[in-house]
Design a protein around this ligand. Structure first.
Ligand code: ARG
Length: 458
């Protein structure tokens, strides 16, 4: 029996029931639906729309239903359609006529948005916590390895030497922006939609501000038509998660490369790798590959919901029911990715020797040689040309810039002196880059202090 069957003369087709039902997905909203119904029932009785005893009866039964759900005692079927119908049916089964009053001045159209807002609010806070944990892990990794120097890359070609700490903190900066975005999203989530009813509001003398207060919302939505059709707060969440995942996937990609035999900059812990069914020697970075791979679905989820919403007429349409799978999947992916990547960073080994060794090839200090010439009064563009010639000479004679003798250097430029070798020393190259936000130890310390300050105030 369906709660809305009064107008119908025959049963719906079973295949349509299955197509129509969202219960397998929105069962995840069970706790939030109860929370919302409790607040709604309180409001109905406070406003005299139902009696105080009726309110109490409904609230007690809702709490019992929640306990039974947590104990795994609530069964459901596609004929229950969605979580809202399931709970209302259960309520009526338990307290009869009084249970039939809970849906007064309410529609599933505002009810589902309420559930989603409560759900997103909690998940938003949890994701912020996970991101903060990850930033803290990155700071710790940076602090423990301030002496590690590695090649910085552009075009995946060796560019200039950088501190490993500076490199890894680049990801902390991305995560800091993610945090700010999630916080902004919290504000658009945390508004009470209940009381918009189907689309037009209600003729009952309800108190939407009381419900907002009960549920800890910052405010109340202003337009009932907009309220039942608005999913911007979910789009924002999906967008924020997609960007977050893109950051994680870039970190994953870097570390997959750094973990290869060719690089050996880091070594991943066994706990986050897996083996091969045929090649006994293999230890594959599957966890990082999956974080990279699953980023695709979070982008898909965002595009999926954007597409559902495009040109959807006002106000509520059943298309909107599709929002939940996108949302749940993205949140699940982000939570797991954040937890796993945090553990990966905590357990990996940093191979400082190999990082430094790698700085010895690829003329990574060529910019510094040009800067040296500038310090001797040569214009940068001329210095660039001279060093380009020196590099060409080195490639032909299989030398590094350190191998070039002073006599050879002077054939390219007579301003070069003995102090050149100190100038192009890899450590000095790093330490000289003291510009704000640069890679020197000094700038790094300021960066770490600022990040810690940011986390404290957040
Ligand atoms: N299961 C629906 C959803 O998730 C709830 C709202 C249904 N409303 C309706 N008019 N049938 O969107």
């Amino acid at each position: 029996m369906k709660l809305w069957e009064g107008r119908f003369s025959k049963d719906t087709a079973r295949i349509f029931d299955e197509f129509n039902a969202s219960i397998k997905v929105d069962i995840n909203l069970f706790e939030y639906d109860i929370m919302g119904s409790v607040a709604h029932a309180k409001m109905l009785s406070k406003c005299g729309i139902i009696s105080e005893e009726e309110g109490k009866l409904i609230i007690t039964a809702l709490n019992d239903i929640l306990n039974d759900y947590r104990d795994g005692k609530i069964e459901f079927d596609v004929s229950d359609e969605d979580v809202h119908m399931l709970i209302e049916k259960e309520l009526i089964k338990r307290i009869g006529q009084v249970g039939k009053k809970v849906h007064t001045a309410r529609s599933r159209n505002d009810q589902v948005v309420l559930d989603e807002r409560l759900f997103c609010r909690e998940k938003n806070i949890y994701l912020q916590e996970l991101i903060k944990n990850l930033i803290n892990t990155i700071i710790k990794l940076a602090e423990e390895n301030t002496d590690a120097i590695m090649p910085g890359f552009t075009h995946l070609q060796k560019a200039q030497p950088v501190l490993f700490s500076h490199y890894i903190l680049a990801y902390a900066q991305m995560l800091k922006r993610d945090l700010i975005r999630f916080k902004q999203n919290f504000n658009s989530i945390n508004i009470n939609p209940l009381g918009s009813a189907a689309l037009a509001g209600t003729s009952f003398d309800i108190d939407r501000f009381f419900v907002a207060n009960q549920l800890g919302f910052e405010g109340v939505t202003e337009n009932s038509i907009d309220t039942v059709s608005d999913r911007d707060f979910i789009l924002e969440m999906l967008f924020n998660i997609a960007i977050l995942q893109i950051h994680l996937s870039r970190l994953a990609e870097d570390f997959i490369i750094f973990n290869t035999d060719e690089f050996k900059f880091i070594e991943l812990d066994d706990a986050y790798c897996s083996g091969s069914s045929i090649m006994p020697q293999k230890k594959n970075p599957d966890a990082l590959e999956l974080i990279r791979g699953k980023t695709g679905r979070t982008i898909g989820n965002l595009v999926g919901l954007l597409t559902v919403l495009k040109a959807l007429p006002l106000s509520y349409n059943k298309d909107l029911q599709e929002d939940k799978e996108f949302l749940f999947d993205s949140i699940d992916t982000a939570e797991k990715s954040l937890i796993i990547i945090n553990e990966i960073l905590k357990t990996l080994r940093v191979n400082k020797e190999n990082m430094l060794m790698s700085c010895k090839s690829g003329f990574i200090n060529a910019t510094d040689l040009a800067d040296y010439l500038v310090s001797k009064g040569i214009a940068f563009r001329d210095a660039h040309f001279i060093v380009g010639n020196i590099v060409k000479f080195c490639i032909e004679s299989k030398k590094t810039l350190e191998d070039v003798s002073l006599k050879e250097y002077r054939q390219f430029c007579d301003k070069i002196e003995e102090d050149v070798y100190d100038f192009i020393d890899i450590r000095n190259c790093v330490q000289r880059r003291k510009s704000y936000g640069g890679t020197s130890q000094k700038a790094l310390m300021a960066q770490i202090d600022n990040l810690k300050e940011f986390l404290k105030s957040f």
